[in-house]
Design a protein. Structure first.
Length: 401
């Protein structure tokens, strides 16, 4: 039976990067188990931003930076999407001058500032013994930095792109795939009614899992992914042929936001503005593909142009409530994190590998880039997933490589 009387310490939780369904269930699972084991739980607001904005003056109001969590608080949000602790893309080791908190501006006035000393002092100020950051490789890479500074970190992988190294699964991925399939099928009725190409742009950045898996599940005829530069001529020829064999005279392609044409050297960006991790915001490749399809289609369609329905799914696949997998996995990850903490273990990433829950050394997060193995899983001639043996593969097929 859990010891709820003897205080074992303080656990901090934060969520960073993009929101996904499954974050609130993870916060709930960690909090409820921790409280019943005798820990105090503090939720850090807005990810790493909350950790740099704390004012240690005794008279300061820090309610916008952190909150003590209770079962009542987490139960209200535990079945919903998003993160009630809020999120940000803050990188405490690389804070621009304009983002330095007001009370620290006299001390940190370089163009780019490392506020890690303040984070360490703030963790001590909050008496946090263990910190559980939930995020993608950007958010968790700073967790690796804190681990090297001596902070007890147990990291939890979250990203709809499913590209955190060391784990087959990241919170948010299943709901992303589920929504992509559902929304693509919904759009088929319009594409079929007007006998058009259907071009759907999906999130993914440097990894093509969020385009490849829905295509494997039958959502699209073709997909283009960041790991392989594609020819518009070849894609157009394939889609015209797909349309011709479809009784409703339409065909579908999923376009990863990070996909690249074979005659360019850079992804398509909405603007040149970068976040603290050095990333420019991707978006717009679907528009370019759509325009090119209209331009090239007469060449493969007896001189007749084929029009396009162009839709960017964007935040529709990361909003709303979690599906079944993104309700179950966060619960398991949260309890796995507490198992490690109760053992006195830190510097770990909770994982799901080959259908089994496990953990890896936290430094695996920054050891390599997790992307689709094109040789194994992508047919570069057909611009679609490779269908081979499924024996002993993980639930989401190509996510263990």
């Amino acid at each position: 039976m859990a010891n709820i009387k003897r205080k074992k310490g303080v656990i901090g939780i934060l969520t960073g990067g993009g929101d996904v369904p499954g974050l609130n269930p993870a916060i709930r699972a960690i909090t409820i188990r921790a409280l019943r084991e005798g820990f105090k739980v503090i939720g850090i607001r807005r990810g790493w931003a909350g950790m740099i904005e704390i004012n240690r003056d005794k008279k300061a109001d820090n309610s916008s930076c952190y909150i003590e969590l209770s079962e009542e608080i987490v139960n209200k949000a535990g079945r919903t999407g998003g993160t009630f602790l809020h999120s940000s893309r803050t990188r405490p080791s690389h804070v621009p001058k304009a983002n330095v908190p007001v009370h620290l501006q006299d001390k940190y006035n370089d163009e780019i500032n490392d506020l890690t000393p303040e984070v360490l002092k703030n963790l001590e100020f909050l008496n946090i013994d263990y910190l559980i950051p939930i995020g993608g490789d950007d958010t968790l890479s700073y967790g690796v930095r804190l681990h090297k500074e001596g902070v007890k970190i147990v990291a939890m992988p979250k990203t709809m792109d499913n590209d955190v190294p060391g784990t087959d699964y990241c919170i948010g991925f299943s709901t992303c795939v589920t929504r992509t399939i559902e929304l693509t099928h919904n759009l088929r009725t319009t594409a079929g009614s007007h006998e058009r190409f259907l071009v759907i742009e999906v999130f993914g950045r440097y990894a093509g899992f969020s385009a490849l898996l829905p295509t494997m599940a039958g959502a699209a005829n073709r997909c283009v992914i960041p790991e392989y530069k594609f020819s518009m001529e070849h894609l157009t020829e394939l889609l015209v042929a797909d349309r011709y064999t479809n009784p409703s005279k339409y065909s579908v392609v999923l376009v990863s936001e990070g996909a690249m044409f074979d005659d360019v050297d850079e992804m398509v960006f909405e603007s040149n503005e970068k976040d603290m991790f050095g990333h420019k915001k991707l978006g717009g490749i679907g528009d370019l593909v759509s325009n090119k399809l209209k331009e090239l289609s007469p060449k493969y369609n007896n001189g007749k142009r084929i029009n396009v329905i162009n839709q960017r799914l964007g935040y529709l696949v990361r909003c709303g409530n979690p599906d079944a997998i993104d309700s179950i996995v966060p619960m398991a990850f949260g309890n796995l994190a507490l198992d490690l903490i109760l053992e006195g273990t830190s510097g770990r990433l909770v994982t799901l590998r080959n259908g089994r829950y496990d953990n890896e050394h936290i430094e695996i997060i920054s050891s390599y880039k997790k992307v689709v193995d094109v040789h194994k899983y992508y047919n570069t001639e057909r611009l679609r997933p490779v269908y081979k043996s499924f024996e002993s593969k993980p639930l989401f097929i190509m996510t263990s490589d």
